[in-house]
Design a protein around this ligand. Structure first.
Ligand SMILES: *Cc1c(COP(=O)(O)O)cnc(C)c1O
Length: 402
């Protein structure tokens, strides 16, 4: 599908569903909130949300309220938590759409109460405590004030406190396991403080992908995996996605725009950081940093072509990269229009998003999430597809993402 496009990101919804199922197994009884923020880490938010729900997730998580409303507009009815709001933002649409919001400060509780009054509904809130990341969440000192404000609003029916929650700082890193356990303890302490102040929500949650996979004590009632849902390891130093039984869902593919022969000593791409060693075939891949390929992977990013791996020759440009195929029989067989895989499942020995992350000195999260809007997402597989088998592309298109 999409074979005539210069480039496309093929997203396997069945892999998303299977990954969600694996994570549900690993969650050992905790409910699974599939995190689909940032357009489903670049995979297409709505189709991936549906696939994750089909695979056994029962909650969805996003950062922005607008993302939650987009899920609702697409007809997704599962519980959704959005955790990033700023003062002055109108929260009434979230309350009206039955979207759960997070509060880390008294002003956020007050904004939710205001939204509840204006909509005539009860706002659902997850109270966030900072257990050591020093990002979102109330400090231990501010926590009682946040809880008291929520308790008062709950007593008058404006608010329902659904959860006490927090986020881990270094769950991916074995050297920080003591910090992770300390954060678990601090969450329990915050739950106890809330209980003393009369707030006893049904849920506690703390773990994202790496917390879920590496720290049983952090699983609690609900886990919030994001990157692992898309089959990418959250902690490649601890375990690969294959170790975890996860399948990378995105395969970034392109068709060669040009193949040509050049002589020895030719400088390739901006700055001539690559020079041909001898007579060579050069192949032009129509993807560049304007599509999200990291420019830091210049000279290193791997690409599979006809079962072989080549490193990008020289600089990654805005729209294109060049491969130096050399001058052997394999090189002479390559034609314009041939398909390359920039990254994929890795099952066939091809490159993965993790390989690109290693080549660029970043994390695979960033590689997949940054694949740009210029690259069409082509959803394949049937998991969660409205209308059943064979309609994945149509469903994605109606979501405005294909
Ligand atoms: C992004 C995010 C997640 C998911 O993190 P992963 O490491 O991708 O599993 C969970 N919770 C919060 C608060 C987040 O910001």
């Amino acid at each position: 599908m999409g074979d005539a496009l210069p480039a496309r990101a093929v997203v396997d919804l069945d892999a998303v569903a299977a990954n969600a199922d694996v994570l549900r197994g690993r969650a050992a009884g905790a409910a699974v909130m599939a995190v689909v923020k940032a357009d489903g880490y670049g995979h297409g938010m709505v189709p991936c949300a549906r696939a994750a729900l089909a695979g056994g997730a029962t909650w969805l998580g996003v950062a922005h309220l607008a993302e939650a409303l987009e899920l609702r507009a697409a007809g997704v009815t599962a519980p959704v938590l959005a955790w990033l709001v700023v003062p002055g933002q109108d929260l009434a649409p979230a309350v009206a759409a039955d979207v759960d919001l997070s509060a880390s400060a008294v002003w956020a509780v007050e904004a939710l109460v205001d939204a509840a009054r204006r909509t005539g509904r009860t706002a659902r809130v997850h109270l966030k405590v900072d257990t050591g990341l020093s990002r979102g969440g109330a400090t231990a000192r501010d926590w009682p004030d946040v809880v008291r404000a929520a308790a008062a609003a709950q007593a008058e029916g404006a608010l329902e406190v659904v959860a006490v929650w927090s986020h881990l700082a270094s769950a991916d890193d074995e050297a920080s396991d003591a910090l992770t356990l300390a954060q678990v303890e601090r969450l329990h302490d915050a739950v106890a403080v809330a209980a003393r102040l009369g707030v006893r929500p049904p849920l506690r949650h703390l773990a994202a992908s790496s917390g879920l996979l590496a720290h049983p004590a952090a699983r609690l009632d609900l886990v919030r995996p994001g990157v692992a849902v898309y089959g990418v390891s959250p902690a490649p130093e601890r375990f690969s996605s294959a170790d975890l039984g996860l399948v990378p869902a995105m395969s970034l593919r392109a068709r060669l725009a040009l193949v040509k022969e050049v002589g020895p000593g030719e400088g390739v791409s901006y700055g001539h950081h690559h020079v041909t060693a001898g007579r060579a075939r050069l192949a032009l891949v129509p993807l560049g940093y304007g599509d999200g390929l990291p420019r830091h992977a210049s000279g290193r990013g791997p690409v599979a072509l006809r079962g072989r791996r080549y490193a990008v020759a020289g600089r990654v440009c805005m729209d294109q990269v060049v491969l130096d195929l050399g001058d052997d029989d394999a090189a002479r067989a390559v034609r314009a229009g041939d398909e390359v895989e920039v990254f994929g499942t890795g099952a066939d020995g091809g490159p993965t998003a993790q390989d690109w992350a290693d080549a660029a000195g970043t994390i695979a999260y960033e590689v997949v999430t940054r694949i740009g809007a210029r690259v069409p997402r082509v959803h394949v597989g049937t998991a969660g597809v409205v209308g059943g088998p064979g309609t994945a592309v149509a469903a994605a298109a109606s979501g405005g993402r294909a």
